[in-house]
Design a protein around this ligand. Structure first.
Ligand code: HSE
Length: 293
């Protein structure tokens, strides 16, 4: 009655695919769930969020465990949760999605795997509010996600050519809630058309490996123009990545991480992004990741 799993971090949106496209990345949180007879709840957190993640009933991974148990009408046992986190917290790399998915997947395994990945995805999407981080955390790869009649339809793509993701991680956090509050309720038709065409091109580039299209395919008018006020130096860092040879670059999820795609010179691109952040008064570190499959 104990299970240990690994859940990947994820980058959502990739520019134009707001709330629709997400990629699983090779950075992982370890999650161990044990059910026991006593009614005690023990939560231990190490690594990222050691000081800040709640270790009581408010813990979102624990909440996800409860959601799954209730869904399958299972009694609520005492439990111990051990989290070792490597995904940077509240930075736009899917740390909350990873916690939710970890809780759901672990609880499902401990109770006989009665729910399918599709069912886990639907529960996870309803908890998180959007599917583009939870879907790749469950399925791996690049995922195209469509919400329809209360369910999430997910197409998983494994690009045919290697792709690296260079992530510049600034030393401040940004909540998804705050980053969604700056978005307009309505957008001009031309901006919607701008994003529809680019997210189609983006999907095509992932399917074919024709990454030269990523420069155009990663432009966005639905969220990045509004969010750039929250990330000092954002246009400069995105530009620096491109000038250093990246195919394209974007805000990772709701930010504040910025992400660039390339197939070589990743360390150089990362250094240029970190330097551009520094020139704007922001200290950042860099991670080079690939697609978790
Ligand atoms: N699509 C979401 C957003 C991702 O941009 O708000 C948040 O991680």
């Amino acid at each position: 009655n104990s299970v240990m799993i690994q859940i990947p971090g994820t980058t959502a949106n990739c520019g134009p695919g707001f709330d629709a496209i997400g990629i699983a990345c090779t950075v992982y949180n370890d999650f161990e769930l044990t059910f026991h007879d006593s009614s005690r709840l023990v939560i231990e957190v190490d690594g990222e969020g050691k000081e800040t993640i709640p270790t009581d009933e408010k813990n979102i991974a624990y909440q996800a465990v409860l959601d799954l148990l209730r869904k399958i009408n299972h009694q609520i046992p005492g439990m111990t949760i051990k989290m070792f986190n490597r995904i940077p917290l509240s930075r736009g790399l899917g740390s909350s999605a990873a916690a939710i998915v970890a809780g759901l997947v672990a609880a499902n395994e401990l109770t006989g795997q009665s729910l399918s990945k599709q069912q886990l995805l639907d529960i996870a999407t309803s908890i998180e509010g959007h599917p583009d981080n939870v879907a790749p955390a469950i399925y791996g790869g690049v995922t195209i996600n469509v919400c329809r009649d209360g369910a999430t339809e997910c197409l998983r793509i494994i690009p045919p050519k290697p792709l690296l993701m260079v992530v510049a991680v600034p030393d401040f956090i940004l909540s998804t809630k705050a980053a969604r509050q700056v978005l307009p309720k309505q957008v001009p038709l031309q901006d919607a058309v701008f994003n529809v065409s680019r997210s189609a091109l983006l999907t095509g580039a992932f399917c074919t490996g024709e990454y030269r299209h990523l420069s155009a395919a990663m432009d966005d008018r639905l969220h990045q123009p509004y969010r750039q006020q929250l990330v000092p130096g954002m246009p400069e860092v995105l530009r620096a990545a491109f000038d250093a040879g990246a195919f394209g670059s974007a805000l990772s999820g709701a930010g504040p991480c910025l992400i660039a795609f390339c197939d070589q010179n990743a360390d150089h691109i990362g250094q240029c992004m970190v330097d551009a952040f520094q020139a704007n008064g922001i200290t950042a570190s860099c991670m080079v990741l690939s697609i978790d499959t």
